[in-house]
Design a protein around this ligand. Sequence first.
Ligand code: ATP
Ligand code: MG
Length: 138
Amino acid sequence: MSNRTFTMIKPDATQNGHTGGILAMINEAGFRIVAMKTTQLSAEKAGEFYAVHKERPFYGELVAFMSRGPITAAILEKSNAVEDFRKLIGATNPAQADEGTIRKKYATSIGENAVHGSDSDENAAVEGAFFFSKLEQF
Ligand code: ATP
Ligand code: MG
């Protein structure tokens, strides 16, 4: 069990003005922000980030969506961070997300689902390093 995970507030939530609301939920759930930046992914960088989904039918749609506007990327710290953050964001499909989760409140569809959360300690480390150097992590 590691104490760090990685998140992105996706372009849909950014465009809809939900960045502050999502950060408040993250804060209230007890996560500490280790690093944070707002940036926009090129299609190439979005494709690289989600390369694990390359063979999936929604890959092209996912890359276009993730590069269409700004995102906020962050490394978060808390005990049991990966698992607890996946609980906080809720199911991939917001129709199946529990009450009180970020996706229940802010996601609009299975594709445009407001936030990303790492699915393992190993991926949390890789994804955090994708956006932040050691000097940018506090
Ligand atoms: P994320 O990795 O972004 O936290 P997740 O782990 O809940 O989401 P994954 O299976 O890793 O879900 O899918 C990555 C992303 O691809 C989803 O968050 C969503 O934006 C998109 N996606 C997944 N399934 C579909 C689908 N059936 N149709 C369209 N987009 C999808
Ligand atoms: Mg995933």
